[in-house]
Structures are given as structure tokens and as C-alpha cells.
Design a protein around this ligand. Sequence first.
Ligand code: PEP
Length: 239
Amino acid sequence: MIKLDKYSYIFIANWKLNGNYSFLKDYYQKLNVNSDNCTIICSPSIYLKSLKGNNANLFCGAQDVSSYKEGAYTGELSASMLKDNNIDFCLVGHSERRQYFAETNNNVSIKSSNLIEENIVPVICIGETLEQKEKNLTEEILSKQIKDSIPKSANHQNALIAYEPVWAIGTGLTPTLEEINQVHKLIKNFDTRFSNFRVLYGGSVKSSNSKEITGLSHVDGCLIGGASLKVNEFNKIIS
Ligand code: PEP
């Protein structure tokens, strides 16, 4: 298991359904990883194996995993298969998975638990929709997501939480800095077991706002979608 505590910040690139071999080659030639921080690239799974270089602070992450361990489940990849391929992290419960693939808190919990058994760090994504925010339901929604999607086996050394307001993903909108910090504090204070968890912020992070966001007292890093596809932009964020 990766020693998460030794890193000042954790940065995760989520390439989603983007990239190809020539993109990958160019990206890795230009990527500038900072040794104080943990940098994780979540490419589409088929490219994961070709990412692993020798940089000790650069890791591969999958974007999803099956909730099944093995069997007749065509198209799926299990946690043990990811481990076999040197994958150390995996996003779980990203809002696009919840929205387009009907992923539930229960699925997220099972997947996270299977990953932890294989010594892969689940990055458990939670976040409210705009409608929920406008109805002042953020705390209630997050509390349910935390309770139902974080398995008992998760702790601050083997799992990460990513707070990603759904309305901020890919929209260019972000909560205020104060709101981000408040929500992260809330997450860490839901239960004493979460107080030492590293909580990452995700949603329209770019080089022009990443410094202020990571400078917040309760933010331990960022999960970056669109901006992580431009390597020069991502280099600025992780520096
Ligand atoms: C994401 O995909 O998790 C994400 C935060 O996307 P973006 O940075 O594009 O908002």
C-alpha cells in the first residue's frame, strides 16, 4: 500500500474517455512530477500498463473497477486484475458513473472494499447536485454518501475521499473557497474515523485556481478532469 501520509498533496488526473498512444507518449515526455506530492494518472484502463515508468511519486489509477471478483461478467475488470497490472489507485463513484451507469452508494462501498483487500487505494467520490445545493441539502447528501459508500475497512492510510460538487464538474463553475473549505471540514468532522482522511477537491480545477484551492486548510489535493488533458496546464497545477 502506498504511504499516503508522506505526501504534502495528492493530485489526480482523470482523463475520462480520452487519449491514445501518441497522446500518452507526448504527455509522459512532458510531465514534470514534483517529489513532495503524489501524482496519479487515471487513463482509460487499456492504456494503464503502458504508463508505469520509474518515477517513485507517479502512479497509475483506474477510473472504475467491477464490483464482482470473478465470473461471468463480460466486459468487467476486477480489483485483483488491476493489482496484477501494478495499479495502485482507483476512482470509485465518480458522478459520471453514478449518473450514466446507475452506480449506487452500495456499489461504491463494495468496489472500495474489494480494492482495499487488494491494497489498491479507492478514491471515493462524493458530491451534491446543483438542485440539492439550492435546497440546502449538501450536508444531508454528503452524510448519506459517506455513510453508505465508505466501507468499514477504509481508513486514512488505505483510502481517499474526493469532494466533487456535481455542478462544478466540467462546467467552469466552482464553489467559493470558503465553501470548499467548510465542506471539507464537515466531511472530516462527520465522524472521528474520518478526521485524518485526506480529502481532495474536484470540479473545474485549473492552474489559475489550483493554488488557492490547495492552500485551504482542509484541502489535501485535487482531482482534475479537463485541465489534466493539457500536460502543460497539469504541470502548473502539480508544481
Ligand atoms: C472530474 O472529472 O472529476 C473533474 C473534476 O472534471 P473537471 O476538472 O473537468 O471539472
